[in-house]
Unconditional design. Sequence first.
Length: 489
Amino acid sequence: MAHFVGAIDQGTTSTRFMIFDRAGREIARSQLEHRQILPAAGLVEHDATEIWENTLKTIDAALTGAGLEPADLAAIGITNQRESVLVWDRETGEPVHNVIVWQDTRTNDLVARLDAAFVRDRTGLPPATYFSATKIQWLLENVPGLRERASRGEVLFGTMDSWLIWNLTGGSHLTDVTNASRTMLMSLETLDWDPELLELFGIPRAMLPEIRSSADSYGTFSGVPIAAAIGDQQAALFGQTCFAPGEAKCTYGTGGFLLMNTGTTPVRSSHGLITTVGYRFGSDAPVFALEGSIAVAGAAIQWLRDQLGVLGSASESETLAASVEDSEGVCFVPAFSGLFAPYWRPDARAAIVGLSRYHTAAHITRAALEAICYQTRDVVEAMAQDSGTTLDCLQVDGGVTGNALCMQLQADILGVPVSRPAVAETTALGAAYAAGLAVGFWKSVDDLRDNWHEDRRWQPSWSPERREQGITRWKAAIDRTLGWNVGTL
Ligand code: ADP
């Protein structure tokens, strides 16, 4: 009998394979980073072949490391960076172009032409370069001959879940409803590709995958059922066992993503949030979520490390920021790809304001950590306004939560406690949970709730006056970033 479940977590910066036991404990993991291809300002690409090869390597390495065979896995779940777009040849499996990553802003002009109210009403999404539709449109318009090949059904579109499923199963062209809900092509009412939107973007139906439930039968790999596919943020919601309406989590990785379960009715946002599918089990009613997406969270730390060279590693940000008491009036708004929720301002560009000669890399690094927290606070505020529910504690996960100073700042800036679970890899865990439930490895979501344990909690320590002052400065800094996209000046 198989005692474990595997999860492929195909993230923005790396691909992992993780193996969990019935108690939700990590048994093994293997992780490989892939290249961030940055051909010009605003462009972000990945090599799809590198990602596929990394996926195979990590599966192999994790199994070998734990002394396990594929037959020891009851199922595999897939979770992935959402929205990023790939088109490949149906016959040869060759990608026709690099993956265009969710952060890429090359389709600014295409987005500006859209009827925002119509798109939002149909999809739950505010038109933005973030989502897949305009990226597919861009490929069809810019890769020679692609439009003709697409209409003849010779090429296929997929987000990273589809790409991996296609390769793992030897040619099944499928996606799940959470990933599909991020393409800006799926109707929130029918949960199917919307003919009017396909026409609007000029995307042939023949290139799109079939939409399945998150926990469903996706085929097999080495004899193991692939039993779940679910977007990374929805997987984290699942891994944090936010199964009841009003339960929420915030994941801090490359970007930051706060999702709140709103039950089986989609809640429309009037404060800059996204209405999205949270998850769907087989033929059960879908569960919806409200989401606040922040484009740059941990990526601001990566930028300090890789572009400015002031950090040797991401974790050094904690020691460097802790070497000063305070950011001393410096605000850093990392709007590298515009501002996402709740502002949705593609014309914003990053700024560091309030500098004097006295300030050092330590102050700027501290301001970067604060920015992660202020952006989250903006989204928490919008969530409270849209849902009428105020959080009494924020459940957190993701790479940045390894930074205790940042989590303390988050509690201070929010004014509510912040709680991190024992298994920080909730994204992979959520995909494993969905797959395990699908094959009966876990019997019910109650089994999963019992697996959730708190590891650490941070209590707010700032006075209300200090918090208010910080928020006022932050909002003033946001104002200074608007309209800075060079194309608009
Ligand atoms: P993703 O799934 O988006 O690839 P992860 O959850 O693996 O992201 O987190 C990676 C991100 O977290 C990177 O952007 C990195 O800069 C940031 N990060 C990792 N460790 C720390 C830390 N100790 N302090 C601040 N940021 C960190």
